[in-house]
Design a protein around this ligand. Structure first.
Ligand SMILES: [Zn+2]
Length: 352
C-alpha cells in the first residue's frame, strides 16, 4: 500500500470517534480530502462531505461511517471509580482486562477495566457473564473528588487506539469498523478526482451509525443522491466456531464482499460484479435477506429511493479491541468503487 494512504488509515485509527464525538476523526478526513476534493463541508450533525465534480449528473454518494463504539462516563463514585454506559453494541467480555482512554477536555487520561482476581471469584461468579453495569474504570485516583477534577460526566471513552500489523497483509485495531470504510470511500474519491467523472461523486464520513444509522439519514437528505454505496465491515466467517451454513463463506484477504438482496439495487450489483470480473479485482459475494444493519439501509430509503450498493470489508472479531482486516481487501474495494463511479453517465439506468 502507498505510504501516504497507509498513513491516512493509521491516523484515522488513532483518532478517537465514539458516536457523537467524531470530531478528531473528521479532522483527519477533512485534511486528507482537502488535497483533491472540489468542495468539502461539515454539516451541523458532524458529517464530512467531500465532492468531486459538483453539478455533474447523476449524483453518487459513497458512505463510510466515522464513528466507533465506545463508552460514556455516567457516574463517578466517591471512591474514584467511574461507571459507564455503552455507546453502540459491546460484548462486555471484550472489555475486561483492557486499557482505555478517557477523552477529557484537557486531553486523554489512561484507565483500565478489570474485575476482581480469579482467586476471589465465587463459583457462581466464575460462571456468570458480566454486564457493563457490573464493570468500572479505574484511573488510579485516590477518591471521587480527584476524578471529578479531571473527568466530566458525558466524556467519551475508547479502547487503546492504534494499528498492529499481522502476517500476510493483515492488520488489527479497535475501530477498523468503520475507519476502513471511510478509507475506502475517500481513497476512491481521490482516484476519481484524477480521472474525469461525468457523475458528481460525494464521499461521506457519516456520524452516528453505531447508534442507529443517523448520520447517513441527514447526509443523504442534503446530498439527495441518485446512487449510493455504503462500505462497512462484514463478518468474516473464516475463524473457528462460525457456521458457514448460516453466515456464508467470507474470508479475510479474498476480496471485498459485494452484497446481494433486497437492500441492494440489482442493476448496481451486476455492474459491480462485471467490473470486478473484467478488471480482475477479487470479490466475494454474500447475501443479506433483510434490511441491512448498516448505512446502506438508511441510504436506500432516503427521499424517493436511492439505487444502493453495499460493500463489506471482511472483518474478524468485529466490535472487539482486535478487529482484523486485510489491507489488500480495502485497496480492492477502493479500486472497484472508483472504477464503477467512472462508468456511470447521465444515460445510466438503474431501474430494477
Ligand atoms: Zn460499522
Amino acid at each position: 500500500m502507498d505510504a501516504s494512504l497507509l498513513a491516512f488509515l493509521e491516523e484515522m485509527l488513532e483518532a478517537p470517534s465514539p458516536s457523537g464525538y467524531e470530531k478528531p476523526m473528521q479532522d483527519v478526513v477533512r485534511k486528507f480530502a482537502g488535497s483533491f476534493a472540489d468542495d468539502i463541508r461539515t454539516d451541523w450533525h458532524g458529517n464530512v462531505m467531500a465532492c468531486v465534480n459538483p453539478g455533474g449528473t447523476p449524483r453518487i454518494m459513497l458512505d463510510g461511517h466515522s464513528d466507533q463504539i465506545g463508552l460514556l462516563v455516567k457516574h463517578i463514585d466517591d471512591k474514584g471509580y467511574i461507571r459507564v454506559s455503552p455507546i453502540g453494541g459491546w460484548d462486555p467480555q471484550m472489555l475486561i482486562g483492557q486499557k482505555l482512554k478517557i477523552w477529557t477536555a484537557d486531553g486523554p487520561i489512561s484507565g483500565i477495566i478489570a474485575r476482581k482476581a480469579i482467586h476471589l471469584l465465587t463459583d457462581d461468579e466464575r460462571k456468570k457473564v458480566p454486564e457493563i453495569k457490573d464493570l468500572w474504570i479505574d484511573i488510579g485516583a485516590a477518591d471521587g473528588e480527584e476524578v471529578r477534577r479531571l473527568v466530566r460526566i458525558g466524556d467519551p471513552v475508547t479502547l487503546e487506539l492504534g494499528m498492529t500489523t499481522l502476517r500476510n497483509g493483515l492488520a488489527c485495531a479497535a475501530a477498523m469498523d468503520d475507519k476502513v470504510g471511510v478509507w475506502v470511500v475517500f481513497t476512491a474519491l481521490q482516484a476519481i478526482a484524477k480521472a474525469n467523472p461525468e457523475a458528481s461523486v460525494y464521499a461521506v464520513a457519516a456520524v452516528q451509525e453505531e447508534i442507529g444509522l443517523r448520520g447517513t439519514k441527514t447526509a443523504a437528505f442534503s446530498i439527495d443522491p441518485h446512487l449510493g454505496i455504503a462500505v462497512d465491515v462484514t463478518h468474516a466467517t473464516d475463524c473457528p466456531t462460525i457456521d458457514e451454513n448460516q453466515y456464508g463463506r467470507v474470508k479475510v484477504g479474498q476480496g471485498p464482499v459485494v452484497f446481494r438482496g433486497p437492500n441492494i439495487n440489482p442493476v448496481m450489483f451486476n455492474q459491480l460484479h462485471d467490473i470486478a470480473r473484467d478488471r480482475e479485482i477479487p470479490i466475494q459475494i454474500n447475501g443479506i435477506s433483510v434490511a441491512a444493519a448498516n448505512d446502506g439501509n438508511a441510504l436506500q430509503v432516503n427521499r424517493a429511493g436511492v439505487a444502493t450498493g453495499i460493500i463489506g470489508i471482511p472483518n474478524r472479531y468485529m466490535h472487539s479491541p482486535v478487529e482484523v482486516i486485510s489491507l489488500k481487501d480495502i485497496e480492492n474495494a477502493s479500486r472497484l468503487i472508483s472504477e464503477f463511479c467512472l462508468t456511470v453517465t447521465r444515460e445510466s439506468d438503474f431501474t430494477p
